[in-house]
Design a protein around this ligand. Structure first.
Ligand code: ADP
Ligand code: MG
Length: 313
């Protein structure tokens, strides 16, 4: 078995111009290796190029340049083997409304050349919680059930690598928990390598061993989840002042800005300062506090921090 489930080198994609849009380069030469057996997160904002990369892996989008090896097979040299090693749950809901879940899984298995005797249709229906809907038309299924069916379709040929493109976008908490539990199970019990894309840091944090961050078609960083979170050390304390307030001289390590709504945002690095110390400085500056809160790190700030070497605020 290969050490790397996926090896991507110099991957480029430029979409051709259309009547509606000019040419667009969605990937500018990405290098990425994804180890076998991991749960790997591809994290980035909308438009970063995540789906483009996933769809190239799936063989749905043709790359412009670079090499892609899936389970050791070069996509251009061994297209069948590389396709057989990977199952993709797409971001978009693409289902024929006239198929039943059982029918959709059988057709998909046929497309991948899985012999009837080796099909695991009932097992998959159980796994995705659709056994009792096996013979209902897809058009009568809820949105959540359709997404589960997409997961099932990605599994019919027992791929070594499962790719999920924004698996939990727009799904309710119950379905999200069920998807995550199933994904963990596939990873732990069958050693399946899982790759998921998301634009939520929390989701990547909760699910993934390692994370690659991509923005504007470029890989910004790649690290273990624990290391990445350690690098995001900035915090903000937001103070709504009671009356007009201007902070006087602040000690080094605290910067501030006035928000459009009049609130004061104090940024600090939690490696060198505690929230209590920041509050002390705010009181020393004679600011009366009507309200105070701390703010979560957001992804845009994480990107800025990781690309500029300063802590995220
Ligand atoms: P993400 O999945 O990270 O949101 P995408 O890979 O879908 O990003 O898109 C990356 C960029 O490529 C975006 O600017 C998007 O508008 C563009 N793009 C995606 N698909 C197409 C397409 N079929 N034709 C032209 N441009 C596209
Ligand atoms: Mg996408």
């Amino acid at each position: 078995m290969p050490d790397q489930a996926i090896e991507i080198e110099g991957l480029k994609k430029t979409y051709r111009p259309s009547a509606k849009a000019p040419a667009k380069t969605a990937l500018h030469g990405v290098d990425l290796q994804i180890p076998r057996g991991s749960i790997f997160g591809l994290l980035g904002p909308n438009g970063a190029g995540k789906s483009t990369m996933i769809n190239i892996l799936a063989g749905l989008v043709v790359k412009s340049a670079g090499t892609v090896r899936i389970w050791g097979f070069d996509q251009d040299v061994n297209p069948r083997q590389s396709r057989a090693a990977i199952g993709v749950m797409p971001q978009e809901l693409v289902l024929d409304p006239f198929f039943t879940p059982r029918g959709a899984l059988e057709v998909q298995a046929g497309l991948y050349g899985v012999p009837r005797a080796q099909r695991r249709t009932d097992e998959i229906l159980d796994l995705i919680g659709l056994a009792d809907k096996a013979d209902a038309y897809a058009r009568s299924l809820s949105g959540g059930m359709r997404r589960r069916l997409l997961l099932g379709k990605a599994l019919v040929h027992s791929p070594q690598i499962l790719v999920l493109d924004e698996p939990t976008a727009g799904v309710d908490i119950e379905l999200r928990n069920m998807l995550w539990a199933n994904i963990r199970k596939l990873n732990e019990e069958r050693g399946m390598t899982i790759i998921l894309t998301t634009h939520y840091l929390e989701e990547a944090e909760e699910m993934c061993d390692e994370i690659a961050i991509i923005n504007h078609g470029r890989l910004i960083t790649r690290d273990t989840t624990a290391n990445l979170l350690q690098r995001i050390t900035g915090k903000s304390m937001i103070v709504v002042p009671d009356g007009n307030a201007t902070p006087g001289d602040l000690p080094p390590g605290i910067t501030f800005e006035t928000r459009p709504d009049g609130a004061l945002a104090f940024h600090y690095d939690q490696r060198t300062m505690t929230a209590g110390q920041v509050l002390d400085h705010i009181r020393d500056a004679n600011i009366r506090i009507a309200d105070v809160r701390t703010e979560e790190v957001d992804l845009e700030q994480v990107f800025l921090a990781l690309t500029s070497d300063t802590p995220a605020a």
